[in-house]
Design a protein around this ligand. Structure first.
Ligand code: FAD
Length: 260
């Protein structure tokens, strides 16, 4: 016979175990798009205490829909090692271009990253940061349905040695620093410069090159990099997102290992 209470007890005990472990982190990633998931997958593989906060129920961000709801993504050769690390099948299109089914790609990222040990707290919206000693030192988050319902409820916090803004176009964490705290980012304008029109070649290059720390304790990855640095948009070519996620993980691993 199934005990209804045993089911509820199993869920609550396991969930709160997971939540408690996520309250003191090496790395808090905000946003489960391709950049955040790749970063989280590599950081978990390197045995860092890492959790990812995603405001929606599902991971994958803007990847599921490919281009204009045609469920294929495109990458170039430089992203193939990442597809292989995450077990994403791909095919050759024309010379130098490769395609992957976007649903398979988003699902494979979710599988590999969580199998590596990444904790994803879904339906958790990061609405603020923790700040001490002139650096970002954690995130303030709340259940997304609480916000959607407009309930007057306080959020809770998770400390982290490093926070990653992987929120995509809105660059929400970077905006908190600028708009709420009046702080200057390491960007051309000191603010969130905003995206420019389509130019995939420049966009992919900038997103990877400029991936990095934009304020002490805060890194940007993925489209948030384009938003912060005023890069071009790139459309449904995803290699830059994946490579940015890998690069931010490598930079953070180097920083954390250097501190130890
Ligand atoms: C509506 C839309 C518009 C797009 N426009 C462009 C474009 O202009 N140019 C372009 O090159 N590509 C565009 N894309 C294509 C592509 O989606 C992105 O380039 C790519 O998905 C970005 O990857 P990412 O990992 O940086 O962020 P995303 O895939 O955008 O993922 C970000 C994730 O962060 C989550 N998130 C955001 N804020 C918070 C928060 N405060 N707390 C917790 N989670 C949060 C979101 O729910 C989302 O899952 C667009 C996609 C979509 C869906």
């Amino acid at each position: 016979m199934i005990s209804d209470v045993a089911v509820s007890r199993a869920i609550t005990e396991k969930y709160f175990e997971k939540l408690k472990a996520a309250l003191e982190l090496d790395v808090a990633i905000v946003g489960a798009g391709p950049a955040g998931m790749v970063a989280g997958g590599y950081l978990a593989e390197a045995n860092k205490r890492v959790a990812l906060f995603e405001s929606k129920l599902s991971t994958g961000g803007g990847m599921w829909g490919g281009g204009n709801l045609m469920s294929e993504i495109v990458v170039r050769e430089d992203a193939l090692p990442i597809l292989e690390d995450f077990g994403i099948r791909y095919e050759t299109a024309e010379d130098g271009y490769y395609t992957a089914d976007s649903v398979h790609a988003a699902a494979a990222l979710a599988y590999r990253a969580t199998a590596n040990g990444l904790t994803v707290l879904n339906a958790c919206r990061v609405e603020d940061i923790m700040y001490a000693g002139d650096r970002v030192c954690g995130v303030v988050f709340i259940s997304s349905p609480v916000l959607a319902a407009g309930l007057h409820v306080d959020p809770i916090t998770a400390s982290a040695r490093v926070v990653v803004d992987a929120t995509g176009h809105p660059a929400e964490v970077a905006h908190v620093l600028v708009d709420k705290m009046g702080l200057e980012l390491r960007s051309p304008t000191g603010r969130v410069a905003g995206e420019r029109s389509m130019c995939a070649e420049r966009a992919e290059q900038l997103v990877v090159e400029k991936t990095g720390e934009i304020y002490p304790g805060l890194y940007a990855a993925g489209m948030a990099v384009a938003a912060v640095h005023g890069g071009h948009r790139m459309g449904p070519i995803f290699g830059g997102m994946l490579r940015s996620g890998k690069r931010v993980a490598e930079m953070i691993i180097e920083e954390l290992d250097g501190d130890e």
